[in-house]
Design a protein around this ligand. Structure first.
Ligand SMILES: Cc1cc2nc3c(=O)[nH]c(=O)nc-3n(C[C@H](O)[C@H](O)[C@H](O)COP(=O)(O)OP(=O)(O)OC[C@H]3O[C@@H](n4cnc5c(N)ncnc54)[C@H](O)[C@@H]3O)c2cc1C
Length: 236
C-alpha cells in the first residue's frame, strides 16, 4: 500500500497546470481531491512520475448560474454540490445524488471534475451528467472545447479527454417547468459505489404525456450508458 516514488508539483492556475502537463508528458497525472488517484497509486494500479496538484486553483472552484445554464467548476467538491443553494434550486437532483457519494470524508475532498475524468464504471456523476445532457469543458494547450456528455464517456476509465487537456467546468441545464429528474442507486454497503444507479429526466407536454425522456445507468456495464429502448418506450 505504498506508492512508487513520484515528483509532486503544485499548480496555482489553469495556465500553470496546462504548462506542466505538456512539459511532463504522459508520465504526469493531475491530482484534484485524490480520492481515486491516491488509492490507485497505493495499489500501484497507477504509477505517475509526476503528480500535479490542482486542488488549490480557485478559478475552478465556483458555481454560477447563467440563465438556464448551471456552471460547476471542475474542483467543486461533492459536499459543495450537495449543500449549494444554487444547485438545489437549479438542478436539485444533482444535490440529491452528491449526498449519496461515499462518506463525508470522500464528499469533502472529491471533486466533480475528478469523478468525471476518472470515469469509474460505478461512479454516480457520470449517470447524472449523461442523463441531464450536460456539457464538459475541456481546456488544453490550444484553448477550450465543449464535449457533450453523450460523447464524453468512452469506456471503462476512458473519456474523450485528449492528452494535455483537463476538465475546467461542467454545465448542466436548469430544470424548467414540466421537467423532473431523479436518481436512485443500490449502493455497495462498504464503499457506497453504485452496484447499479439509474438517473432519469422526464419532460411532460401540456397534456401530461412524456415529451422527452433520458435515462442513464451506471454500475451495470463497462461504462455509463443510456437506456435508449426505455427512453423510446416512455416517450409519448
Ligand atoms: C471510500 C470511497 C468511496 C467512494 N464512493 C463513491 C461513490 O459512492 N460514488 C462515486 O461516484 N464515487 C465514489 N468514490 C470516488 C470519489 O467520488 C472520488 O473523489 C472521485 O471519483 C474522484 O475525484 P477526485 O477529485 O478525488 O479525483 P482524483 O482522485 O484527484 O483524480 C482522479 C483522476 O482524475 C484526474 N483528474 C482529476 N481532476 C481532473 C481534471 N480537472 N481534469 C482532468 N483530469 C482530472 C486525475 O488525474 C486522476 O486520473 C469513492 C472513493 C472512495 C475512496
Amino acid at each position: 500500500m505504498i506508492p512508487n516514488n513520484f515528483e509532486y508539483i503544485r499548480a496555482n492556475s489553469v495556465q500553470e497546470a496546462l504548462q506542466l502537463l505538456s512539459q511532463k508528458g504522459d508520465g504526469a497525472r493531475l491530482l484534484a481531491g485524490g480520492h481515486s488517484l491516491i488509492p490507485a497509486m497505493k495499489l500501484r494500479l497507477n504509477a505517475p512520475e509526476t503528480v500535479i496538484d490542482i486542488s488549490g486553483i480557485q478559478e475552478l472552484a465556483s458555481i454560477r448560474r447563467d440563465g438556464d445554464r448551471l456552471h460547476i467548476g471542475a474542483l467543486v467538491t461533492h459536499r459543495t454540490v450537495e449543500t449549494s443553494d444554487e444547485v438545489k434550486s437549479s438542478c436539485p437532483v444533482l444535490s440529491e445524488a452528491a449526498a449519496l457519494i461515499g462518506d463525508p470524508l470522500v464528499r469533502n475532498r472529491g471533486t466533480i471534475g475528478g469523478s468525471l475524468a476518472h470515469c469509474d464504471p460505478a461512479a454516480d456523476y457520470p449517470a447524472l451528467t449523461l442523463c441531464l445532457g450536460a456539457e464538459i469543458e475541456a481546456t488544453g494547450p490550444s484553448g477550450s472545447r465543449t464535449i457533450a456528455a453523450d460523447d464524453f464517456f468512452v469506456g471503462m476509465f476512458e473519456t474523450a479527454l485528449q492528452s494535455g487537456e483537463m476538465i475546467t467546468r461542467v454545465t448542466f441545464p436548469v430544470l424548467g417547468k414540466g421537467t423532473g429528474a431523479a436518481y436512485e442507486k443500490f449502493s455497495h454497503p462498504a464503499s457506497r459505489f453504485a452496484v447499479v444507479g439509474v438517473a432519469a429526466m422526464v419532460t411532460l407536454d401540456g397534456g401530461g404525456n412524456c415529451n422527452s425522456v433520458r435515462v442513464a445507468i451506471t454500475g451495470a456495464g463497462p461504462s455509463v450508458f443510456r437506456a435508449t429502448k426505455v427512453e423510446q418506450a416512455l416517450t409519448g
